[in-house]
Design a protein around this ligand. Structure first.
Ligand code: BTN
Length: 251
């Protein structure tokens, strides 16, 4: 099994910690490289969105992995990251969070963290850059997102200890990444993820994927982390991309 040995590089400002981690990966950086920036000027989110990253308002973190796991397990790297953030916020801030498929962390139904995992090709083989953005203060997101976003400061009513969160995060990534690579690791990750996600089972959701919008109730996850959604027509849809939102039950 490959051990995650962290090597942290800090920057005052970067366009994107994911882009910097990918650049260094192509130059041969080892697994465990962690890039942290005080601000990002071109932070990126899922589905080509931007991620606002003002100075000091959030954690902007990326790590490089070079997993030797079957390709169909690669989507579980996002699950590893979500479990690690969940642990870190619990350990460092005493904050319980919910995981929304595939990779948002929620506090009281509002988003506190987003994860962007990207596969990259390097001369040393395929790697993954896992980017994590955690809202520390309300300045991390635009005021008009107050109803859907929240910060650690608001959720805990305490000033967040950024360094404690980062230390707990790196430790938790090492733990869950090791778990993924152990015998039976896939099952362990899936079970832990399902146990921490109210979205895994029995949640009424709408799934938006471009023009394709479906509504239904969640029925667990596939072995590769895809979400099962049973529609009102009793059809089981397997969701691999898109946005999931919680909705009121169909009457
Ligand atoms: C999302 O919810 O859409 C994912 C957001 C991921 C943001 C993080 S911040 C650190 C890393 N660098 C980036 O450019 N993006 C990720």
């Amino acid at each position: 099994m490959k051990r995650f040995k962290s090597q942290v590089i800090r920057y005052a400002s970067l366009p994107s910690t994911n882009t910097e981690a990918a650049r260094l990966a192509v130059q041969g950086a080892e697994e465990g490289l962690c890039i942290i920036a005080d601000e990002q000027t071109a932070g990126r989110g899922r589905l080509q969105r931007s991620w606002l990253s003002p100075k000091g308002a959030g954690i902007y973190f990326s790590t490089l992995l070079r997993p030797l796991i079957p390709l169909d397990q690669w989507p579980l790297i996002t699950f590893v990251a979500a479990l690690a953030v969940s642990d870190a916020l619990r350990v460092a801030c005493d904050l319980e969070t919910d995981i929304k498929w595939p990779n948002d962390l929620l506090a009281g139904e509002r988003k506190i963290c987003g994860i962007l995992a990207e596969a990259i090709e390097t001369p040393q083989g395929r790697g993954a850059v896992v980017g994590i953005g955690i809202n520390l203060t309300k300045e991390a997101f635009p005021a008009d997102l107050t109803n859907v976003a929240i910060s650690v400061e608001e959720a805990t009513t305490r000033h967040p200890e950024k360094e404690s969160i980062l230390a707990a995060l790196v430790e938790a990534i090492a733990h869950w990444y090791s778990a993924l690579q152990e015998a039976g690791g896939r099952r362990k990750i899936l079970e832990a993820w399902v146990a921490r996600s109210s979205y895994a089972e029995g949640k009424w959701v709408r799934v938006i994927n471009g023009d394709d919008v479906i509504s239904g109730i969640t029925r667990g996850v596939e072995n590769d982390g895809a979400l099962r959604v049973e529609t009102s027509a009793a059809e089981m849809r397997i969701i691999r991309t898109g946005d999931v939102v919680s909705v009121r039950p169909a009457s």
